[in-house]
Design a protein around this ligand. Structure first.
Ligand SMILES: Cc1ncc(COP(=O)(O)O)c(C=O)c1O
Length: 505
């Protein structure tokens, strides 16, 4: 056993001895049952006090690395005998449910997990996804650009900044500037999907018991995150121009919320869009009540007709808006890249929390995406998608219009991915789903977008994922099922005209 001491060092001698003996035990240089030199002998050898060696051996014993036997001296502990290290079954099986944290018990909603499980292999027509049309995925443009560049290939495989690749952030900053959002590099955080952004916001801004204001109905993922955070969710009804701002103002005064979550453009699920006046009004309410706004702009790029309105972030002059966006709807969801733009103090906090969650967003995705965005193909892709989606939306709308089902109402969206329908009176979306699924068509029942089991009179139909042919066939099937259910109900309704007075909101 060879120990070398540095007597000039500020590290105490006994610690130096411990560290070196430990290193020798861990490396195997001192095997199990190796007899350490007697204290007095080692003290002489190292020219130190005997108490220094005593202290070192005592610490090593306390850590269980050596032990002393009377008459034998101090030795490295032996491995346990073979029988002792064999696997012995526990007395009782571990019950994992009893180990769950409060947070896990508070939130156990698996609806999104189930939604993502539905895959394209099943012979089913799905109006239930929130996805782009896979036929439009820019596969050829996405892959070849970096195949020749070995440096880029290597960069794509390494770590990157928690905040996201600088080149991607700069490219997004440029894109945003064209839409009136001026930001600095430190004000932009790349996310592993905008869902992560919502979760980070909840972790950084919300305590259990706080209140948040949301639209009703709204994106299920946001409802889940707020529920998981243990906050009180106050809903403001959606109307044609986004949300009932008069009601919101009263609720803000009463509940003093910590934040407002809003999807101002082509809202999920209703497809409604706030006009300029409502946007300005909302900002003024936020300013006068000192409440920040989380603006979720997942669908803003996908406009099929009408005027484009500036985002709340573009209108915001006093740093009240945290802007959230994603490439999941415009490109494809598997890329898992979104971004958040806001005041640098909060972006810094979100970055600190993001590092806990995933270190950083996949470099691979970021490098590919940067190349694609810089090639200028993104806007071409959006224009092409909008052309296709407009046709698909119109096919679905036409089917609805031609159906002439009494009491069936819907919102005509100017963009986005969904048509929001209100079913004729007394038809439950859950029952309808069971019946239409049997016939090969699925959709999302409206209750998913409400709290407290409300909204079962609504359904959300996605028109971007299915092909035009599937929309035609699927709508025929679905509308027939609605018609059948309606007939059954009509017989029960004494005043038949009451079914016509069925407002959409
Ligand atoms: C309004 C809204 N925000 C966020 C998301 C989550 O998107 P991402 O795939 O970027 O996590 C969705 C997905 O459907 C959404 O509809």
């Amino acid at each position: 056993m060879k120990i070398q001491l540095d007597k000039e060092s500020r590290i105490p001698l006994y610690i130096q001895i411990i560290n070196q003996i430990k290193a020798m035990i861990f490396s195997g240089a001192l095997p199990p049952e190796y007899l350490l030199p007697p204290e007095r002998k080692l003290a002489e050898e190292l020219e130190v006090n005997r108490s220094t060696i005593l202290n070192a051996y005592r610490e090593l014993k306390a850590e269980g690395l050596v032990h002393s036997r009377i008459g034998k001296g101090t030795m490295v502990v032996p491995y346990e005998s073979k029988t002792e290290v064999s696997i012995r079954p526990p007395e009782h099986r571990l019950t994992w449910q009893y180990l769950l944290s409060d947070e896990a018990c508070r939130f156990n909603d698996i609806r999104i997990i189930e939604m993502l499980r539905v895959n394209g292999d099943q012979p089913i027509i799905s109006f239930a996804t929130g996805m782009a049309d896979p036929a439009l995925y820019p596969v050829d443009e996405f892959y070849p650009d970096i195949t020749y560049d070995i440096d880029k290939k290597k960069r794509a495989l390494g770590h990157t900044l928690v905040e996201g690749c600088v080149e991607l952030r700069k490219t997004i900053m440029k894109m945003q500037k064209e839409k009136g959002i001026d930001s600095l590099l430190e004000e932009l955080l790349i996310l592993s999907g905008s869902q992560q952004g919502l979760n980070l916001v909840a972790r950084c801004l919300l305590n259990a018991g706080d209140t948040v204001i949301v639209q009703e109905p709204t994106y299920i993922g946001a409802l889940q995150i707020f529920s998981n955070a243990g906050v009180k969710i106050i809903s403001v009804p959606v109307e044609e121009k986004g949300m009932r701002l008069d009601i919101m103002e009263t609720l803000i005064k009463k509940h003093k919320p910590k934040l407002i979550y809003v999807i101002p453009t082509f809202q999920n699920p209703t497809g409604t869009t706030m006009d300029l006046k409502s946007r300005i009004k909302l900002l003024n309410i936020a300013y006068s009540n000192q409440v920040p706004i989380i603006e979720d702009d997942a669908y803003g790029e996908l406009r099929y007709e009408g005027n484009t309105f500036p985002s709340l972030k573009a209108l915001d002059q006093y740093d009240h808006v945290l802007y959230l966006n994603t490439f999941s709807k415009t490109l494809f969801p598997g890329i898992r890249i979104g971004w958040m733009c806001g005041p640098k103090e909060i972006i810094h906090q979100l970055t600190v929390k993001k590092q806990l969650e995933d270190l950083h967003t996949s470099t691979f995705s970021q490098v590919f995406l940067t190349e694609f965005l810089k090639s200028g193909r993104f806007q071409v892709h959006i224009d092409e998608s909008c052309r296709y989606y407009r046709e698909k939306r119109d096919t679905m709308l036409k089917k609805l219009e031609n159906s002439r089902i009494k009491g069936l109402r819907w919102v005509r969206p100017s963009g986005g991915l969904y048509i929001w329908c209100r079913l004729p009176l007394n038809i439950s979306a859950d029952t309808l789903l069971l019946k239409s699924k049997e016939k090969g068509v699925i959709f999302v029942p409206g209750s998913v977008f409400f709290l407290n089991n409300k909204g079962n009179e609504y359904i959300r139909l996605n028109f971007t994922y299915p092909t035009v042919k599937e929309i035609e066939k699927g709508m025929m099937i679905l509308l027939n099922v609605i018609e059948e259910e309606n007939k059954k109900n009509q017989e029960k309704i004494i005043n038949k005209d009451s079914a016509i007075c069925n407002p959409i909101y």
